[in-house]
Design a binder for this molecule. Structure first.
Ligand code: F6P
Length: 541
């Protein structure tokens, strides 16, 4: 739909319905509808979703689906998959789904053979990764590569870093990966401290190849390498991933050793393409391609499943339900998997850089809340830190719990204990414990109110057989499409990120004032001027 979705009949129907159901407790919803647990589940690929503990009824789902239809979601999905320029503020197609489409899935967009180009890059990456893994690609002194250091930030870091952590069990060729992103020198210093230049390969990853942090870190890395092995070593120890060949060449990296992608891949949607090179070297091309097949399975599900049985659609609609009708400002993502410890950070960029917008794609201001604040930590660690607020605090925090049936390795039944915690938490959050139940257990009267567990805290549980390359790809594709569904309902452009530009420019303008004695007249405001003065005093300048 063009225009303001909050003025639609479908939105009004949901507002009315919210008035009817918001006061109902999950205990009551389960008591009134014994079939709920069996019915409110979905599968997509290997992912199983239980949404019975969400504060919805069958009618809620029907009304939300109608809202999606009103927003033109079906047409928007097709527009994305077929390469329409749905990133309107940058006039670009949005084709990350093409990064994982099989080689025979013909797709031509703007005169370009998209699938052919994607597979040419994948093949080039695979050939290079195989050479590094087989110790055919060696460093300048002839020693094999032991460590790949990815230098990148945002989408050029979070995806491969998260996925490498998730898939460490598949890193089978003795090549480890490390990730340097921050312009804080502690990051690169700490990461290079115990590395040997002769066995280190840098992958400089930047879509634009103009990002301050990445280029600065890459220069430091080059100095570190050159001071040990000389200028001629650069060609054997630096490769680049970028859309900008000119800038790669300017930096001094041979463009034969550059792995490309295209302006229709957003940074935060890019690690299943060339930005995943460090991951591919670590886990191997076969595992990487299994991951792509996992992504693709969910793409197909998203494109074809009816909305009421469509996992990304349903989860996106639940996001809208809580953000706009319950006023929930945040959403927790709680993976019961230590291997997924970077998943919430990865999702923060995916969701918040995409849907943290306050104007619609047509330039008009939005009239409802948009992207929620995503956050989380792996269970069970979070239970001993912030779950208190989830259980008894005053904020409503819808949460996604993610678990796996099979561990990669198990000791003392630890994996079953981990999973028992996941199930126990979602049950406690949904059903809580009443004052009567607590009193009946013999609690002193004065303590009873402190022990009451209100319950009615909504959660979804996503279960997968095992954390594999395929299920990881499925999970990431799931959330990519959740973002798309939400963005479509809100009518925003989920694929630009203008909001990060101003701060970058101001940092460059301010930098000279931190070091130079010359009087600066470019301070943006008196508070900042004072902070710079105090900083300079503390640094003895
Ligand atoms: O500043 C935000 C951002 O543009 C992200 O969208 C992007 O993922 C990141 O910076 C890195 O950009 P690049 O890959 O061009 O270095």
């Amino acid at each position: 739909m063009n225009g303001d979705i909050t003025r639609s009949q479908e939105w009004a129907a949901l507002e009315k319905h919210h008035g009817e159901v918001a006061g109902r407790h999950l205990r009551e919803l389960f008591a009134d509808d014994p079939g709920r647990a069996g019915r409110m589940t979905l599968t997509a690929g290997d992912l199983y979703l239980d949404y019975a503990k969400q504060r919805v009824t069958g009618e809620t789902v029907e009304l939300l689906v109608r809202l999606a239809e009103r927003a033109g979601l079906r047409e928007r999905i097709e527009a994305m998959f077929t390469g329409a320029h749905i990133n309107v503020s940058e006039d670009r197609a949005v084709l990350h789904t093409a990064l994982r489409a099989p080689a025979d899935a013909a797709l031509e967009v703007d005169g370009q053979d998209v699938t052919g180009d994607v597979h040419a890059v994948l093949d080039k990456m695979s050939a290079f990764a195989d050479r590094v893994r087989a110790q055919e690609w060696r460093g300048a002194t002839g020693r094999p590569i032991a460590t790949v250091v990815n230098i990148g930030i945002g989408g050029s870091d979070l995806g491969p870093a998260m996925a490498y952590e998730a898939l460490r069990d598949y890193a089978d060729a003795g090549v480890q990966a490390r990730f340097v992103s921050n312009i804080d020198p502690a990051d690169i210093t700490g990461n290079l401290r115990d590395l040997d230049p002769a066995t280190t390969l840098f992958v400089v990853s930047s879509k634009t190849f103009t990002t301050l942090e990445t280029l600065t870190n890459a220069k430091v890395a080059r100095q570190w390498l050159v001071s040990a092995l000389g200028d001629d070593a650069v060609a054997r120890h630096f490769v680049a991933v970028s859309t900008n060949a000119a800038k790669v060449a300017e930096f001094g990296i041979d463009t034969d050793n550059m792995f490309g992608f295209w302006d229709w891949v957003g940074g935060r949607y890019s690690f299943d393409g060339a930005i995943g090179l460090s991951l591919m070297i670590a886990v191997g091309p076969a595992a990487f391609r299994e991951m792509l097949a996992g992504f693709h399975a969910i793409d197909q599900h998203f494109r074809t499943a009816p909305f009421e049985a469509n996992m990304p659609v349903l989860m996106g609609l639940l996001g809208v339900w809580y953000a706009d009708f319950f006023g929930a400002q945040t959403r927790a993502v709680l993976p019961y998997s230590q291997r997924l410890h970077r998943f919430p950070a990865y999702l923060q960029q995916l969701t918040m850089e995409s849907n943290g917008k306050s104007v619609r794609a047509d330039g008009a201001p939005v009239t409802c809340d948009t992207g929620a604040i995503f956050w989380g930590e792996p269970g069970t660690n979070g239970q001993h830190a912030f779950y208190q607020l989830l259980h008894q605090g005053t904020h409503l925090v819808p949460a996604d719990f993610i678990g796996f049936a099979e561990p990669h390795d198990d000791r003392e039944g630890m994996h079953d204990l981990l999973t028992a915690n996941l199930f126990a938490q979602t049950s406690a959050l949904a059903f809580g414990k009443t004052a009567e139940e607590i009193a009946a257990e013999g609690a002193a009267a004065g303590v009873v109110p402190h022990k009451v567990m209100p319950g009615n805290r909504p959660t979804s549980t996503i279960l997968a057989p095992k954390l594999t390359p395929s299920t990881l790809g499925q999970l990431v594709a799931l959330y990519e499409h959740v973002v798309f569904v939400e963005g479509t309902i809100w009518g925003i452009d989920s694929f630009d990120q203008w909001g990060v530009e101003l701060g970058k420019k101001m940092a460059l303008d301010l930098a000279p004032a931190l070091t130079s004695d010359q009087p600066q007249d470019a301070f943006p405001d008196p508070s900042t001027e004072r902070l710079v003065r105090v900083y300079r005093e503390l640094r003895g300048r």
